[in-house]
Write a protein that binds this ligand. Structure first.
Ligand SMILES: Cc1cc2nc3c(=O)[nH]c(=O)nc-3n(C[C@H](O)[C@H](O)[C@H](O)COP(=O)(O)OP(=O)(O)OC[C@H]3O[C@@H](n4cnc5c(N)ncnc54)[C@H](O)[C@@H]3O)c2cc1C
Length: 576
């Protein structure tokens, strides 16, 4: 039985930043990750990270207050304004810290960190490393983890929390190499398990971004907040849904329909392609729905739904090679086209989970000793619609704060007895029995079919445009799938590298999180940010300027609500 001060579940940006902060605060942290940290989904982040550094000639007047305002307006006024102000005022020092640790950001001609325009931002404030920003930051933080000799259990999969009288005191994890389960004790646990995008079929997320990291805390008593707000990114390549970063439009790319028209003038005359993502995604979908998109030849095996063009040809070879080399590689590799010569066929797809585990700005959840940070958490700084470049910032700012706070808590509670050996053994046995039941299941249902049906219903019925009847259909379907999941035919025993078992455990979490998404969406009778209802087309501040909270019960999630924190900015109509 091992024991650490702080366990961090997740080796992406939020997890690594939390671990470094915990170590620097005097605690002994352990990182547990189901994959090697530098393979975490964060490494796929392309376009950049926001901070009001005012380095760009057009951004001289930028400030944390202006960054905060853009973020709040972008969130359709659902973000907690105190948390946003904390994030934007911390942003410059967080970026300089990364710079001092060696993160190779692109530079201006006079040697300062370069910045590019991004959607919904009043000034160019997105710092970047070509179109590989997440990769660079992840390597930078991992280097610090190695330097600080923070232990990492990689290819270990956390299955459950250990709790004693409502306090979290560790995790049960499976060592994927041996298949063995181990109880690992800690005075505090931080979940940094990323988003839940793979509940959807058309998603830009890595296959590792499933809902289990949100459901484990949910099952243990933490609340899930604002889960109905799912971001659909406007520009992913047709069929594969691999991201074409907002940096393409930030560098000057156009969106063009089949009539060769820059159609964004109809939807956001001022910001055009650089309107926030919710607006651009809806605009593209409207063009496609109204017949001004290109249609996908069903014989091509595409994911359906039509597409428009992202055109970066006019940027020229030199700029594309310098600023967007990864985008070009993806187009060559997956579409067989060179964006230097050809427009890129794109369509919107699921991209980001705005909601997550409800936390305060120190990452604290409703469960004592349990913290969360990064995309699995909801502080909330993104509200109903996240601005591009704010998620990487969220991971490093709130990852750090949660690491500091968890370390403090663990050092204060060190002397207290947490859980006796028998109770610990009992927990381990219960988890083992659950896994064994999963392996022994010999019903008639094919779990892979259940996964396909879940992805389809979420794509089709809880997508960019929503209606009450569609969402009701989705909720009924998810509940049916949950029942059918109990009757699966599974294949096997608890063995080394049993990825089938891991996948089944993830599915169990996916289904519960999908139910919360559909329930929250059906209940919210308004349109706000990414939640766009055809039957309630207006934002309704009178009744819905509030956060949705979902609590776990054995009979299904229960919804409640809590107020949004407003400091300076009263809700206004959003115009771009
Ligand atoms: C293609 C793409 C491009 C993006 N580009 C940008 C961008 O340019 N700018 C921006 O601001 N945002 C961007 N985003 C969003 C941003 O990348 C993510 O929100 C962010 O990186 C999430 O970081 P994280 O640390 O929370 O999670 P992740 O990086 O997803 O890490 C999660 C970690 O948890 C581990 N894990 C999960 N479950 C378990 C478990 N049960 N047991 C053990 N380990 C577990 C995983 O192994 C992994 O290490 C992009 C997103 C996508 C999809």
């Amino acid at each position: 039985m091992s024991m650490f001060d702080v366990i961090i579940v997740g080796g992406g940006l939020a997890g690594l930043r939390a671990a470094i902060a915990a170590k620097e605060s005097g605690a002994s942290p352990l990182i547990i990750s189901k994959i090697h940290p530098v393979r975490s989904h964060s490494g796929a982040a392309q376009g950049g990270i926001n901070a009001p550094l005012a380095n760009h000639p057009d951004g001289k007047d930028d400030s944390p207050a202006k960054h905060a305002f853009d973020t709040i307006k972008g969130s359709d006024y659902l973000a907690d304004q105190d948390a946003v102000e904390l994030m934007t005022s911390t942003a410059p020092s967080a970026i300089y810290e990364l710079e001092h640790w060696g993160c190779p950001f692109d530079r201006t001609t006079d040697g300062r960190i370069a910045q590019r325009p991004f959607g919904g931002a009043g000034y160019p404030r997105t710092c970047f490393g070509a179109d590989r920003t997440g990769h660079y930051i992840l390597q930078t933080l991992y280097e610090q983890v190695v330097k600080q000799q923070i232990p990492v259990y990689e290819e270990w999969f956390v299955v459950s929390l250990i709790a004693n009288e409502g306090t979290c005191c560790g995790v049960v994890a499976q060592n994927l190499r041996t298949g063995k389960l181990e109880a690992i004790e800690a005075h505090a646990v931080i979940f940094a398990t990323g988003g839940a995008g793979r509940i959807y079929g058309r998603s830009s997320n890595a296959l590792t971004s499933t809902g289990l990291g949100m459901s484990i805390p949910f099952w243990a008593g933490a609340h899930l907040k604002d889960m109905e707000f799912i971001q659909f990114h406007p520009t992913t390549i047709i069929g594969k849904n691999i991201l074409m970063t907002e940096g393409c439009r930030g560098e000057g790319g156009y969106l063009i329909n089949k009539d060769n028209e820059r159609f964004m003038k109809r939807y956001a005359a001022e910001k055009m392609e650089l309107a926030p993502r919710d607006i651009v995604s809806r605009s593209i979908q409207t063009e496609i729905n109204e017949g001004r998109g290109f249609s996908i030849d069903p014989a091509s095996g595409g994911s359906g739904g039509g597409y428009v063009h992202l055109d970066i040809r006019h940027l020229g070879r030199a700029k594309i090679m310098e600023r967007l080399p990864g985008v070009r590689d993806i187009c060559l590799e997956f579409l067989g086209i060179d964006p230097i010569d050809s427009p890129i066929p794109i369509q919107p797809a699921q991209h980001y989970t705005m909601g997550g585990i409800d936390t305060d700005s120190n990452g604290k959840t409703a469960v004592k000793g349990l913290y969360a940070a990064g995309e699995c958490a909801c502080v909330s700084v993104h509200g109903a619609n996240r601005l591009g470049g704010n998620s990487l910032l969220d991971t490093i700012v709130f990852g750090k704060f949660s690491g500091i706070k968890a370390a403090q808590e663990s050092l204060e509670s060190k002397t207290k007895c947490r859980i006796d050996a028998n109770a610990l053994k009992m927990t381990l046995k219960q988890v083992e029995a659950h896994l064994q039941r999963m392996c022994d299941n010999r019903g008639n249902e094919n779990p892979y079919q259940i996964k396909l049906e879940l992805a389809k219903v979420m794509d089709d019925k809880v997508g960019i445009f929503r209606t009450g009847s569609d969402m009701k259909e989705a909720l009924d379907k998810v509940r049916e799938l949950k029942k059918r999941f109990k009757q699966i035919r599974s294949a096997g025993m608890i063995t080394p590298f049993n990825y089938n078992l891991l996948w089944l455990l993830e599915m169990e979490g996916n289904l519960d999180v999908a139910e919360v998404i559909a329930m929250g969406a059906l209940a919210r009778q308004e349109s706000r940010g990414s939640h766009s209802r055809r039957d309630f087309t207006k934002r309704d501040d009178q009744n819905w300027l509030k956060h949705t909270l979902a609590s776990y019960t054995k009979d299904g999630p229960v919804l409640s609500y809590k107020p949004v924190t407003i400091t300076k900015h009263q809700p206004q109509e959003r115009k771009y």
